[in-house]
Design a protein around this ligand. Structure first.
Ligand code: FES
Length: 141
């Protein structure tokens, strides 16, 4: 399936769903304001991978929290391919030293914007192409 549509209406703040897209898991998370603040307050110099890795933005865009999210007024939504950029395990949500995702395979810690912060993974979790069809549904792919 080239695209997959997700109904966001049941995903409350602090919750997430995992859907399958092109054989891979995609995480869709409705972030809390605390999670957004934590990621926004992180200086870009502290990031291991300073690139947004967001397929919806020009290549090389900086990995600000906004650039990782669904954008202005939708900063709460985070859509990411749930595949660790180290060797492809599936990271666990709301885990790890930065409260984002933790990959138990070799200990990579991602923050609340899905950016790699420590461990062997080289890149931030990838943000796939997606678009909002309306306020409560998003199409991935
Ligand atoms: Fe995730 Fe190695 S596959 S840390």
């Amino acid at each position: 399936i080239a695209t997959v549509d997700i109904d966001l209406s049941g995903i409350e703040e602090g919750m997430s769903v995992t859907v399958k897209w092109r054989g891979r898991p995609v995480f869709v998370r409705n972030r809390t304001s605390r999670e957004i603040e934590a990621a926004s307050a992180t200086p870009l110099e502290e990031l291991k991978d300073p690139i947004a890795r967001n397929a919806n933005l020009p290549a090389g865009s900086p990995a600000t929290d906004l650039a990782r999210s669904a954008g202005q007024h939708r900063e709460n939504w985070l859509v990411m391919v749930g595949v660790c950029t180290h060797l492809g395990c599936i990271p666990l949500g709301q885990a790890g030293d930065y409260g984002g995702w933790f990959c138990p395979c070799h200990g990579s810690h991602y923050d609340t914007a899905g950016r790699i912060r420590s461990g062997p993974a080289p890149e931030n979790l990838a943000v796939p192409m997606f678009q909002f069809l309306n306020e409560t549904s998003v199409r991935i792919g």
